[in-house]
Design a protein around this ligand. Structure first.
Ligand SMILES: Nc1nc2c(ncn2[C@@H]2O[C@H](COP(=O)(O)OP(=O)(O)OP(=O)(O)O)[C@@H](O)[C@H]2O)c(=O)[nH]1
Ligand SMILES: [Mg+2]
Length: 219
């Protein structure tokens, strides 16, 4: 475990381009985790990410083209964890691009809209994609978004049962009202940290560790 921490601990120089001037900022963090959001177009993936990273609900948020990328550093048990969040486009035409982002994900957030039955009906298709392209040890989280809406079509227990059947974590959120959004990402960060430090590793968790290490190595 000590070796792993040494690998994971890094000093990074991040470059920011502000008005044409490149600024370097030293950043210190112990772990870097990659979180990928997937799900049908319009379920609110981008709004969830922007709520978490920028604390806002963007008016007139347009459809994502390909993949967007955001970073937020959080602190858990006095350890700095950098979350690299990849927000993929839900539209079918971008599917081949977004699939390539699954492989190195530590956590996948599969989002549907609780007021839109077709977005729930598509979940098995998304799971097939995840099975095919993601690591078998990826942390999978099911999210029912838009709970502020009054025209709910999928009851909470239906979402919960689906998640349970497919060994996923489950949470309902509202990007609009900032409900459970912080909790969603913080719990993922905490859970990933726990996986890294899990005592008595099985075959599975060794694979997980390799996945993390590989990812950290290529950064
Ligand atoms: N009421 C409500 N509307 C939301 C919520 N989250 C997102 N929306 C709305 O849903 C629409 C789609 O949101 P996006 O975040 O762009 O959806 P997306 O999943 O990123 O869509 P793609 O990028 O096309 O895959 C926008 O009009 C948002 O304002 C929410 O929590 N509540
Ligand atoms: Mg989007």
């Amino acid at each position: 475990m000590a070796t792993y921490v040494a690998v994971a601990h890094m000093n990074e120089v991040t470059q920011f381009v502000i008005g044409g001037i490149i600024k370097h900022q030293m950043e210190d963090y112990k772990f870097l985790f990659k979180v990928v959001l997937v799900g049908n177009a319009g379920v609110g993936k981008t709004c969830l990410v922007r709520r978490f990273t920028q604390g806002l609900f963007p008016p007139g948020q347009g459809a994502t083209i390909g993949v967007d990328f955001m970073i937020k550093t959080v602190e858990i048990d006095n350890e700095k964890i950098k979350l690299q969040i990849w927000d993929t486009a839900g539209q079918e035409r971008f599917r081949s691009i977004t699939q390539s982002y699954y492989r190195s994900a530590h956590a996948l957030i599969l989002v549907y809209d609780i007021s839109c039955q077709p977005t729930f009906d598509c979940l098995p298709d998304w799971l097939r994609e995840i099975e095919e392209y993601a690591s078998s040890k990826v942390l999978r989280v099911l999210v029912g978004n838009k709970i502020d809406r009054e025209d709910r079509e999928i009851p909470t227990h239906v979402g919960e049962e689906f998640a349970q059947r497919h060994s996923m974590y489950y949470l309902e959120t509202s990007a609009k009202e900032a409900e459970n959004v912080e909790k969603l990402f913080m719990e993922i960060a905490a859970e990933l940290m726990e996986k890294v430090f899990q005592p008595g590793r099985s075959e599975g968790s060794r694979e997980w560790k390799i996945l993390c290490k590989k990812f950290l190595d290529i950064q």
